[in-house]
Design a binder for this molecule. Structure first.
Ligand code: HEM
Length: 161
């Protein structure tokens, strides 16, 4: 069966354009290790599973979390696992089938920042790079917004990029 979502609303392009200068530290991977990154993403997807965004995601959230983890591994200085398995990341393009508005972005970010609350203890996340990583998520998630719901602040980035 084909679960590909069908877009009902026009594609919105955030006025700030793609995020600039916000790559997280490339030291994170070596300090944290792959296993911890996968664990962090699994916990993040468990939070998404309990959120209003649940219907957007596939039935198996553990499997889905692995794609996220593969992307993050490459992003923080590890091997480009996502690109090796699935081709060029082109993240905004990959998100276009899903109607992501500012409200969805805020839920996504809340799930991630809650996951990161005890990241130093839970995942050996290097404390000195945590703020920079969160700044990255704030800026990059603004670029995933593709649906304008007309609410104030919709789709605007936070100035992090
Ligand atoms: C702005 C809020 C966001 C929402 C609501 C959202 C939602 C989604 C959804 C519904 C999927 C498809 C899940 C699947 O079929 O496996 C997905 C895939 C993915 N997302 Fe996001 N996302 C957001 C932001 C981000 C950001 C900021 C990143 C990167 C840091 C990211 C990385 C990924 C990756 C790597 C995938 C897998 C892509 C693929 O299937 O090829 N997402 N996201």
């Amino acid at each position: 069966m084909d679960f590909t979502p069908i877009r009902m609303k026009p594609v919105y392009v955030p006025p700030g354009g793609p995020p600039q200068h916000i790559a997280p530290s490339q030291e994170i991977y070596a300090l944290m290790g792959e296993e911890n990154i996968f664990k962090m993403c699994e916990d993040f997807y468990r939070k998404l599973e309990g959120s209003e965004l649940r219907p957007m995601f596939p039935p198996d959230m553990v499997e889905a979390s692995k794609k996220q983890a593969m992307f993050i591994v490459g992003l923080v200085g590890g091997p480009p696992l996502f690109a090796q398995a699935f081709g060029p990341p082109m993240m905004r393009k990959r998100h276009i089938p899903f109607e992501i508005d500012e409200a969805a972005r805020q839920i996504w970010l809340t799930c991630f920042t809650e996951t990161l609350k005890n990241a130093v203890e839970d995942y050996h996340f290097p404390a000195e790079h945590l703020d920079g990583f969160i700044e990255f998520l704030i800026g990059f998630s603004a670029w995933m917004v593709n649906t304008d719901t007309g609410c104030p602040g919709s789709g605007q980035d936070t100035g992090a990029s």
